[in-house]
Design a protein. Sequence first.
Length: 132
Amino acid sequence: MNRLDQIEFIDNPAIGERSDHYTIVFVDVAKTLQSWQSSLFSFEWMLPDGEIKRLEELPEKEQVRRQEVEKTLESAQPIAKPVLGIGLMENIEIGMGRAEFLTLAAHGLAKIPVHIPKSNESDFKGFLADIE
């Protein structure tokens, strides 16, 4: 896919009127996935070795979500920034936009812009991508 470096990201509608409670950062995908692997929800999208599952390995509901993101990418439509937070186990959790984040990661994106709560900014320092 040759347009990955030209993806237009838009604000996630899930943050809505609470946009003043969030900030946008670019996260390092590999570091984020390593942390998210500890999530109770990662088994749906990840193999035990940390690799993202192929489409046919995903649960049916997640296959539909991944296909929707793939269609969005193919049609060059904007992608909503995922919403990330810190979970109870102090790992990254993907709130809204899990299919978007993981599909882009499966395509090899190294950094992705995301919304994080301003109250979690310091918790994300180790996950920020180098911006060139």
